[in-house]
Write a protein that binds this ligand. Structure first.
Ligand code: NAD
Length: 321
């Protein structure tokens, strides 16, 4: 690991699911965190306010409510060591049609504006949150960083564009970028549009669960604390600059198997409605994490059973079930 002391970092998307957890970890390490978030209305603000509850109590955390493209970036970045760029318009299914302009603005343009401002800053690292969705619907599993990406959703295209921008600012302007491809992240504060969140909520409300496709699709689920640890390491790890890393939890499972686990944990009978596969959804994801294990010392350690149990506790508390 590189030896430098992180003094002050910028976390974009700090009010979101992953950004708020990462900011808490940084603050707990004694690092000063500037968070920026535009509170996109993709899901209700109340979730994000709740995500920030602990951070607001810390003197080491300051939040700027603004879009990246409208913020005074030269002033914000003047004394920043590391940038964790997590802000994005997330979600595969809503990235078609007119909505694409929201993806283009927040995932592509905002990344370019940030990188442009980092050309002349002496930062130690720029960590970009990419996605397994850049791979698309491949039958070659596990997915390897060297594989040619073929995204099948506009969201995947926008995340891949951000990844390419990060790497070309590394090649041309020596911005020390690292791109992390997150594979389906879950745990407390998971976004309300994501499957585990919707499933658990419906189970407690005795509503049927909507499964797109036949439930045979698999995902490499990754627990939030494991993602946060690896994202943190990406700021320090030697040899990580200019590189792309898969971050998958190593718990590849069928959606059907997940529902069985939830049924046992919640102690309730689950009703399932199967509906058509959604355009842009891939059949399988499965990460080859050898590179992240070697260079980022990535050791995902949370089993799906443990992880779902902790998300379930959070869901119960959040909704008062
Ligand atoms: P999230 O929606 O909870 O968090 C993203 C935050 O970014 C939101 O609070 C949003 O308001 C903010 N934001 C968006 N555009 C902005 C802008 N232009 N300026 C300032 N703030 C802006 O999503 P998340 O699940 O925490 O995802 C975090 C990152 O990880 C995203 O880049 C996402 O693409 C990536 N990712 C997530 C997953 C996952 O499973 N959750 C998987 C792969 C990749």
């Amino acid at each position: 690991f590189k030896h430098y002391i992180i003094m002050k970092v910028l976390v974009t998307g700090a009010a979101g699911f992953i950004g708020s957890h990462l900011s808490e970890k940084l603050v707990s390490e004694g690092i000063e965190v500037i968070g920026i978030d535009s509170f996109l209305d993709y899901y209700p603000r109340q979730f994000k306010e709740k995500n920030l509850t602990n951070l607001k109590k810390s003197k080491n955390f300051k939040l700027i409510e603004s879009s990246i493209t409208e913020a005074d970036l030269p002033a914000i970045l003047s004394d920043i060591n590391v940038v964790f760029h997590l802000a994005a318009q997330a979600g595969v299914r809503s990235s078609w049609g007119k909505q694409f302009s929201i993806y283009a603005k927040n995932n592509i343009e905002a990344t370019q504006v940030l990188l442009e401002n980092l050309k002349n800053c002496n930062i130690e690292r720029f960590v970009y949150a990419s996605s397994s969705s850049v791979y698309g619907d491949t039958s070659k599993l596990p997915m390897d960083e060297e594989d040619t990406p073929h995204p099948i959703s506009p969201y995947g295209v926008s995340k891949l564009a951000g990844e390419h921008l990060s790497l070309l600012y590394y090649k041309n302007y020596s911005v020390p970028s690292v791109a992390l491809r997150f594979f389906t992240v879950y745990g407390p504060r998971q976004r309300p549009d994501m499957a585990f969140h919707k499933f658990l909520k419906n189970i407690f409300e005795d509503k049927p669960i909507e499964v797109y496709g036949n439930g045979e699709q698999t995902r490499d689920f990754t627990y939030i604390a494991d993602i946060v640890d690896a994202t943190y390491s990406a700021a320090f790890a030697n040899g990580a600059e200019g590189q792309v890393f898969n971050l998958g939890g190593g718990s590849r499972m069928k959606l059907k198997e997940i529902l069985n686990i939830m049924q046992k944990l919640c102690g309730k009978e689950i009703k399932i409605n199967y509906s058509e596969t959604q355009k842009g959804d891939v059949k399988h994801t499965f990460a080859n994490t050898a590179k992240a294990r070697k260079i980022l010392h990535f050791h995902p350690s949370t089993s799906v059973e443990e992880g779902i149990a902790s998300e379930m506790e959070w869901i119960k508390e959040f909704y008062g079930f």
